[in-house]
Every structure is written in C-alpha cells, then in structure tokens.
Write a protein that binds this ligand. Structure first.
Ligand SMILES: Nc1nc2c(c(=O)[nH]1)N[C@H]1C(S)=C(S)[C@@H](COP(=O)(O)OP(=O)(O)OC[C@H]3O[C@@H](n4cnc5c(N)ncnc54)[C@H](O)[C@@H]3O)O[C@H]1N2
Ligand code: MOO
Length: 414
C-alpha cells in the first residue's frame, strides 16, 4: 500500500528526519561477523572495539644499529672514549644485563640490556667497530634514552586500537596485527539489489532507444553501496510496468535480498512505476518530499514476498539525485564512517541562487589554499560535474544564494 505525503512546502520532511527513518529501516539488517585479519578486510567497517594485547614495542629497544652502553661510561658530547666491545645483541635476542664499561653492539629493534641507557650509532665510531676488540666513540649527544624506543611508546597493552564504526585501512590492519589482535568483528555486508526503473533506460550493451538514457544509476548506486559496505549481488533494470517490477521482487526475495534500492518512478508523472507497484499486495511504501535538492522525491518501506521481507529505499531517478541520496541516506545507514566536514570559504564567479526552503548540495572542487569552488550548476542531470567533484557544499535552509567568499560546511568526498 502506498502512503503519499503531499509535497507542498509545508509538508516537506527535513533531511535529518528522513536520514533517521532510513537508518531505522536498515538497523535490523546490520549484523556483525568475526573475521581473521587479512587484506580482504580493507574497507570493512568495525562492529566492535578491540584493545591492544601487548605493549609495542614489547621492550625498550634500539632505534639504530650501534652500541648499547651506559651514559656513565661516556664523557661529554663530542668527547672521544675508547671502550672494549662487549657481547653483540641481535634483534630477537633476550640479552643478559649490560656488561658495565663495555660498548655492546646492538642492532635496530634489539632489546636494550638492563643497565644500558643509550645507543651510540655505529656512524659515531671513530676507530673500531662491531667486530674489533675495542671501539673509539665520539658521540654527538650523550643523553640517557638517546636512540632508545621505550616499551609501549607506540601503543600500550589495553589501549583501544579499533572502535565500532572505524573503517579498516591497510595502516589499521598493520597496527592491529602489531599489537597482537588476530581477528575483528566487522559489519556483515547487507545483501543488496539495485534496480533502475524507466522504459527509457537501457543497459550499456543495448541499443539506446530514441531519446533514451544509458543506465547511470545502476552502476553508480551499486558502486556507492559497495563502497559503503553493502554486498551488491544484483544490478538490474525494469521498465515502467508494475507487473514486471513485482515479478522482479519475487526473484529478489527468492535470492535472499535484504535491501532493495530502486531509482526513478517516485515523482508526479503518469507512469511512476514504483508508486504504481506500491499499490500491489505485500508492498508498504511511503512517498515523501524531502527538503533537499537534489533528491527531493523519496520513498521508503518494505516489500514482503512469499514471507520474505525486503527493506526498500526508493530513490529519485535523476542521476545526481539518486547518487547524492545514496551518499546522504544509505551510506550512514549502512554504518559507513562519517565523511570529513569542513567549514570552507566558497568561490563562485557570481551569486548562485539557492532555494530558500531546501537544503541544497552543490558539487564542488577543493582548492589547494583551503577553499572550495562550485563545479557545474545545481540541476540533477549534471552528472559530469559530480564525476569531477571531490566535495559537496551544503547551502542550508534559509539561505537564498551563495556569494563569493561565503563560508559554508563542505563534505569532503575523497
Ligand atoms: N511535476 C513534478 N515533476 C517532477 C518533480 C515534482 O516535484 N513535480 N520532481 C522532480 C525531481 S526533483 C526529480 S529528482 C525527479 C524524480 O523523478 P523520478 O524519480 O520519478 O524519476 P524518473 O522520472 O524516472 O527519471 C527522472 C530523470 O532521470 C532519468 N533517469 C532515470 N533513471 C535513470 C538511470 N538509471 N540512468 C540515467 N538516467 C536516468 C530519466 O530519464 C529522467 O530524465 O522528478 C522531477 N519531476
Ligand atoms: O530532487 Mo530533484 O533531485 O531536485 O532533481
């Protein structure tokens, strides 16, 4: 059954409210799974906190190939001292206490013996070296702790090294491994289907009908949803025929789809296929107008087919509208980490009007000097400008124009 909330200005729904509704729809789909650390986890989103199992470094160790010794056996900085060469300490050794009065060869990463308190790098040996009986050192500095990496100076046992919502990156995976974490809880990808609606929409391997459009939304939404952590298992198209859409829903239900994202068919035309399909049994969709541009017309609800319930987010068909809606509604609802938001001065050639009742999202390029320049106009078919944009400038409700030099909140997309 369809519920159509009128879209007069007074009934427009604030973006934040619709974001909350989409998040609530998807929350039951967000489950976690335990996975061993591995390269396939790059981009996955942590579902639980993890803490360091050990101190890193695990012992005070040497930062240089050189000589471990006691400050007391050296003179002032720059002064030469000749010392007998003691027992060498390779990385991985468990050294005995420091032999007082000696300079013990020590390699980078090897534990500092008890009683030694600095390392003089081998480059500061004037004569002799690792394999001579004596070495003459002229250290440029003799401070205790020189070239010693203290135990736990990177991370301490018990430190939080991963929080729920963090995205796993190569550096995070390296850090987790270094502190003894072997596996992590990550969000299980939501089994998702993307359907582009519209009889004018053709696949890139098809002949374009007169006046038609190649399907931009299927590939674009699939990529954006995968980037947000979804498992996109089906990407398809349906014509403006509610029966065809209904038949497709049955296939998706049989395939265990948990989330359906459609584009198109939600505005005010005579052949709005999603709205028409919403009259069919098992479908509960609410249509609304969100106070945003692009992306005003939206739908949300469920389809229950053969006892299988699919969460359904119905996005508008214009390519920029669907992709921006995915960014603002579905990405956070899938648990992806929030994008960086910066307050930046905006550069425009001349005043750019903005609908005062709507939160407007303008495509933009970040400038090297910490400013941002609008790219292309506000129309929601201008996909080329979105393709080169690395930022979205938010023009809030109540603002009627962007003027050169205005400072506005900017979402960094890259
Ligand atoms: N009388 C009104 N007309 C429209 C309104 C309105 O409030 N009153 N809203 C406009 C806004 S805003 C948007 S956004 C669109 C949304 O329309 P639909 O969701 O019904 O989308 P369609 O009509 O199916 O398509 C719109 C546009 O996008 C092209 N399109 C659709 N799918 C794809 C695709 N997969 N790949 C590439 N291009 C696609 C389609 O050909 C149309 O040009 O409604 C406005 N109208
Ligand atoms: O909301 Mo529509 O997306 O402005 O073109």
């Amino acid at each position: 059954m369809a519920h159509d909330h009128a879209s007069s200005p007074s009934t427009r729904v604030p973006l934040a409210d619709h974001q909350a509704d989409v998040a609530a729809l998807l929350t039951p789909l967000l489950r976690s799974e335990r996975r061993a650390l591995g390269p396939e986890l790059v981009g996955r989103i942590a579902a639980a906190e993890r803490r360091a199992v050990i101190d890193v470094p695990s012992a005070d160790n040497s930062q240089m190939d050189g000589f471990a010794l006691a400050c007391a056996d050296l003179g002032a900085a720059g002064e030469e001292r000749t010392l007998p060469v003691g027992t060498a300490i390779p990385a991985g050794a468990a050294p005995s206490p420091h032999e007082p009065g000696t300079a013990q060869p020590i390699m980078t990463g090897a534990p500092l013996p008890d009683g030694a308190d600095l390392v003089v790098p081998v480059e500061e040996a004037v004569t002799g070296g690792f394999d001579t009986a004596e070495v003459t050192l002229r250290p440029v500095d003799v401070a205790a702790g020189r070239f010693v990496r203290p135990r736990g100076s990177d991370t301490r046992e018990g430190d939080t090294v991963l929080r729920a919502g963090d995205r796993l990156t190569p550096a995070r995976i390296a850090h987790l491994a270094s502190v003894g974490v072997r596996d992590v809880e990550v969000l299980a990808p939501v089994r998702t289907a993307v359907l582009s609606t519209g009889s004018e929409v053709a696949g890139c391997d098809e002949t374009l009908p007169d006046g038609g459009a190649f399907d931009a939304n299927g590939p674009g939404l699939a990529a954006a949803l995968a980037d947000a952590g979804a498992d996109v298992v089906a990407v398809g198209r349906v014509p403006d025929d509610p029966a065809a859409l209904h038949a497709r829903l049955a296939e998706l239900a049989a395939d265990g789809i948990e989330l359906l994202v459609t584009s198109g068919g939600v505005s005010k035309g005579a052949y709005e296929v999603v709205k028409l399909a919403a009259e069919l049994p098992g479908i509960e969709l609410t249509f609304l107008s969100v106070a945003m541009q692009p992306g005003g017309p939206q739908g949300i609800g469920t389809a229950t087919v053969d006892g299988h319930r699919i969460a359904w987010v119905a996005l508008p068909g214009n390519p920029v509208s669907s992709l921006l809606s995915c960014e603002l509604l579905l990405r956070p609802a899938l648990g992806a980490p929030a994008r960086t938001r910066l307050r930046l001065p905006v550069r425009v050639e001349s005043d750019e009007p903005s609908p005062v009742a709507l939160e407007q999202f303008r495509r933009a390029r970040l400038l090297p000097g910490g400013e941002v320049r609008l790219a292309g106009g506000p129309s929601s078919h201008l996909l080329g400008a979105l393709a080169v944009a690395d930022a979205l400038v938010i023009v809030p409700v109540g603002v009627d124009a962007v003027r050169d030099g205005d400072t506005l909140t900017t979402i960094v997309l890259s």
